[in-house]
Design a protein around this ligand. Structure first.
Ligand code: TXA
Ligand code: MG
Length: 347
C-alpha cells in the first residue's frame, strides 16, 4: 500500500541483486524465485519487516514462517543447535525443497516462529535467490508470495497479481520447476516426521537409518482432533473459485465420467475445465490443459492452472489424481486441500 509502483526488475544480475538487497535491509518486502514457488522475502530477524509480510498476505499471525539461508554459517543466526541427523539431511538435500525444524534461538522475533520453540529453515535452489540472501547478509523469511487463500505463485506475474502495491519488487527468476511448496520435516524422538509433503518424498528420506512417518494430520486430514504440529495445516489453502473434483482411475473410466459430467454441467449453464488428462478426455470442455499428464508435471503446473481456471470463470474443474503412494503423496495432498477432499475413486 505504501508503494506506488511495482516493477519486475529486469536489470543486470549484479545490479538487480544489489537493489533488491537494499530494499530488504530497509525492512521492505521483495519477492524471490525458488525451485518450489515464489517467496515473499523479508528480513527474518526484523519484527518490523515480518509484520509487513503478515499484513501484505493477510496471513494469520499464528502461522510461522520459513527462514531461507544461503550458507550453513547463517544457521547460527537462527538456531542454537543442529542435530547430526539434520546436518546429514542438509548435506544430502540442500540447496533444495526440504525445510527442517530446528530449536529456535530465544532472541528471534516472535513473528518468525509464532512463538514456537522451533524455527523452520531451508536453503532454496535458485542462484539469484542464493546471491540475494548472501548480499543481504541475513536469513530471509519467505512464505509463498500469494495472498492467503490464493494458489502459490510459480511465476513473477502471479506475485504481482496478488501483491502489487504491497511490495517493493519481484526478482524475476522465471518459472518455478517443482511448482509446489517444500517438504517440511521435524526430527522427533529419533524419527523424521513429515509435517508437509513435497518434492522430497518419504522414500527419499528413508536412507538415514531412522523411521520416517507422516504427521497424523496428513494421514487423517478430515479429523479435527488435536492442534496440528504445523499451524499451516489448519488453514484451507489454494482453493479455486470453481468447484473441483479429483478423479482417480483408468483412462477409460475417467473419459466416461467426464463426458457425462460435462453434459450435465452444460445443461445447467456451467463452464467446465479438465486438467491433467490426455486431450481426448478434455473433449467438449470449456478449458483444457494436459499439464504433462504425470504426477510431477501436474504438480509443477497445478497452481498456474488453477489461477487460469479462475480467470476463465470456470465453475467445475476435473483434475487427474493418483493413488496416494509415496511418489504421488505431495500432489494428492495439494489436490485434497484445493478440492476440499472431493476425490472420486473410479477404480
Ligand atoms: O517451498 C516453500 O517452502 C516456500 C518457498 C517460498 O520457500 N515457502 C512456503 O512458506 O511455503 P509458507 O509460509 O507458505 O509455509 C510454511 C509452512 C507453514 O505450513 C507453516 O505452518 C510451517 O511451514 N511452519 C513454519 N515454521 C514452523 C514451525 N516452527 N513449526 C511447525 N510448522 C512450521
Ligand atoms: Mg503458503
Amino acid at each position: 500500500s505504501s508503494y506506488p509502483e511495482v516493477r519486475i526488475q529486469r536489470l543486470p544480475v549484479e545490479q538487480l541483486v544489489f537493489e533488491a538487497a537494499q530494499h530488504l535491509r530497509a525492512d521492505e518486502l521483495v519477492a524471490f524465485p525458488t525451485e518450489t514457488v515464489y517467496g515473499l522475502g523479508a528480513s527474518a530477524v526484523s519484527s518490523k519487516a515480518l509484520l509487513r509480510v503478515f499484513a501484505a498476505k493477510k496471513r494469520p499471525l499464528d502461522n510461522p514462517l520459513i527462514a531461507h539461508v544461503s550458507s550453513l554459517t547463517q544457521l547460527e543466526q537462527l538456531t542454537t543447535h543442529v542435530p547430526s541427523l539434520a546436518q546429514q539431511l542438509m548435506d544430502a538435500f540442500w540447496p533444495g525443497p526440504l525445510s527442517i525444524l530446528l530449536p529456535a534461538r530465544r532472541d528471534l522475533p516472535k513473528e518468525l516462529t509464532a512463538g514456537l520453540p522451533t524455527v523452520a529453515v531451508r536453503m532454496p535452489r535458485h542462484p539469484l535467490t542464493l546471491a540475494l540472501i548472501e548480499e543481504v547478509g541475513m536469513p530471509l523469511a519467505g512464505p509463498s508470495a500469494n495472498r492467503s487463500g490464493r494458489p502459490s505463485p510459480t511465476k513473477a506475474q502471479h506475485v504481482l497479481e496478488d501483491l502489487a502495491g504491497e511490495i517493493a519488487g519481484v526478482v524475476d527468476g522465471g518459472t518455478c520447476s517443482v511448482g509446489i511448496e517444500s517438504t517440511v520435516i521435524e526430527i522427533m524422538d529419533g524419527r523424521i516426521v513429515i509435517l508437509r509433503p513435497g518434492d522430497i518424498t518419504s522414500a527419499d528420506l528413508k536412507s538415514f537409518g531412522v523411521p520416517v512417518v507422516y504427521d497424523q494430520h496428513l494421514v487423517e486430514p478430515q479429523e479435527e482432533a488435536a492442534v496440528p504440529r504445523s499451524p499451516g495445516q489448519k488453514y484451507r489453502h489454494y482453493a479455486p473459485r470453481g468447484e473441483m473434483r479429483v478423479l482417480i482411475g483408468e483412462t477409460a473410466a475417467c473419459r466416461k465420467y467426464v463426458r457425462e459430467a460435462i453434459g450435465l454441467a452444460h445443461n445447467q449453464g456451467k463452464r467446465v475445465a479438465v486438467l491433467g488428462f490426455e486431450s481426448s478426455i478434455g473433449e467438449g470442455a470449456d478449458f483444457f490443459l494436459d499439464l504433462g499428464n504425470s504426477s510431477q508435471t501436474i504438480a509443477a503446473h497445478l497452481y498456474e492452472a488453477l489461477r487460469a481456471c479462475d480467470e476463465a470463470a470456470i465453475d467445475l474443474i476435473f483434475v487427474r489424481g493418483y493413488e496416494p503412494s509415496e511418489s504421488h503423496f505431495a500432489l494428492m495432498n495439494r489436490l485434497f486441500k484445493a478440492s476440499g477432499g472431493a476425490f472420486i475413486d473410479l477404480r
